[in-house]
Design a protein around this ligand. Structure first.
Ligand code: AMP
Ligand code: MG
Length: 421
């Protein structure tokens, strides 16, 4: 499908529709618990353990038989013989008989025969006897085996990102290795005769290839493996070779530069020559209008895979904005997450007047601050030109002016695309 200057939302839908998520059977690897943070589960996890593993006490107090204490009060306390003390980690040795109790500490295993815990504050100890001063409820302060999780039932589903809480659950379940999706491989190449690496002395007219580094950082932040493929000159043969190599080595290819209609812009032509299907050539967005999205089908006999190609604008500001708006959701979907790949917009109060030319959907960069529970958008200082990369530092949000809306006054709400800051 080929369209000119697609609306942003439509471009997003086309892109997400083109993404082939990694396959949970083919595209997984086993990792240790200690290196699982941020990875995505490729198979559901179950545990052979109940949680809690045993009936245990939720309080420091006395394990008793409810029948022995149900009618007591301060005036007529129940008097029980304390036959054992059960700290955490200790296996009770005695079964509690009528008229008996065990001293028990938080987390400790309930002794056989006891069904209820009386908290310490409602008791008085005297030698090997304890006075129960108030009737508890039946089964009070007992955490029952399997109350939180029953062995063999689903513990964690496939497709979730493993963060601290999930890591804790896996550790508690003694799951020391797990299947996660492999990291998506993202080839990055920069096109342009004027580009040099950051360590090369600049000759007049030359520009440092900052996109290579910015895009690699973004890919890594998204859990992907960046494959930096360097600078490619604006020469059709060199470009063709570089793109062919990138497509052969990656799940996603990001090129920057050479996608507008300048004389030296060969990328689209080369894509067509290499057999790519081009789905998007331009999006009605500012910055970032020239955006090529294409797919390559590489059906090597056994495993048919499709490589997604993004031809991003060379302009460093446009290339960052395009990544956040279009590439990031695609990478999230590709990486195996079960959902939540759509971009995150929050409503914020703008601290400044926001202007656009009113034509294309416009993204203005700045900081998203949470002030007393309300988001505020602080427009980056300095000129908002796609030529000005410098004031993009510390960007954590992009304020959106929809097409046709040229002005949002200070103090008014604005939708802001949250980006990692
Ligand atoms: P292009 O899209 O190739 O027409 O490039 C647009 C502008 O972005 C030009 O000023 C280029 O010099 C600049 N540019 C292109 N590629 C990069 C890059 N990888 N890093 C920094 N600037 C770039
Ligand atoms: Mg160029």
């Amino acid at each position: 499908m080929l369209s000119n200057m697609l609306p942003v939302k439509q471009a997003e839908e086309i892109i997400l529709g083109l993404v082939q998520p990694l396959d949970r059977h083919q595209d997984n690897e086993i990792v240790d618990l200690s290196s699982a943070a941020g990875r995505i589960l490729a198979a559901p996890v179950t545990s052979h353990l109940d949680f809690p593993h045993w009936d245990n006490s939720a309080m420091d107090g006395y394990a008793v038989r409810f029948a022995d204490v149900q009618n007591c009060d301060e005036k007529q306390p129940a008097v029980l013989e304390v036959v054992e003390e059960i700290p955490a980690g200790y296996q009770p040795q005695r079964s509690i008989q009528q008229g008996q109790a065990a001293r028990i500490l938080t987390g400790a295993v309930m002794p056989a025969g006891a069904d209820t815990v009386v908290m310490q504050e409602e008791t008085r100890a005297e030698g090997d006897r304890v006075f129960i001063l108030a009737a508890p409820e039946s089964q009070a302060y007992v955490r029952h085996q399997g109350a939180f999780y029953k062995a063999g039932t689903p513990l964690l589903p496939e497709g979730i990102v493993l963060q601290a809480p999930e890591i804790a659950v896996l550790a508690a379940a003694q799951c020391t290795q797990m299947a996660v999706y492999r990291r998506p491989r993202v080839a990055i190449l920069s096109t342009g005769d004027e580009l040099v690496t950051p360590d090369q002395p600049l000759q007049p007219g030359q520009i440092v290839d900052s996109n290579q580094y910015a895009l690699a950082a973004l890919v890594a932040q998204m859990g992907g493996t960046p494959l930096p493929m360097g600078i490619v000159l604006d020469q059709p043969e060199a470009l063709k070779d570089a793109i062919a190599l990138a497509v052969a080595s990656a799940d996603v290819v990001l090129s920057s530069g050479g996608v507008s209609v300048g004389d030296y812009d060969y990328v689209d032509e080369i894509l067509a020559q290499l057999g790519a299907q081009i789905h998007i050539r331009a999006v009605a967005v500012k910055p970032g209008k020239p955006l090529t999205v294409a797919t390559f089908s590489t059906d090597s006999a056994s495993n048919q895979k499709s490589v997604l190609y993004f031809g991003l604008p060379g302009n460093p500001v446009s290339s960052l904005v395009s990544f956040w708006r279009f590439v990031q959701p695609a990478l999230k979907k590709l990486s195996g997450r079960a959902g939540d790949w759509e971009p995150v917009f929050v409503q914020a109060r703008s601290r400044h007047d926001l202007h656009s030319d009113g034509q294309r959907e416009t993204y203005l960069w700045g900081r998203l601050d949470l002030v007393a529970g309300v988001y505020e958008f602080e427009l980056a200082g300095g000129r908002h030109s796609s030529g000005n990369l410098i004031n993009m530092a510390q960007t954590s949000g992009l304020a959106v002016l929809p097409a046709g809306q040229a002005f949002i006054p200070a103090g008014e709400p604005v939708q802001v695309l949250a980006v990692s800051g």
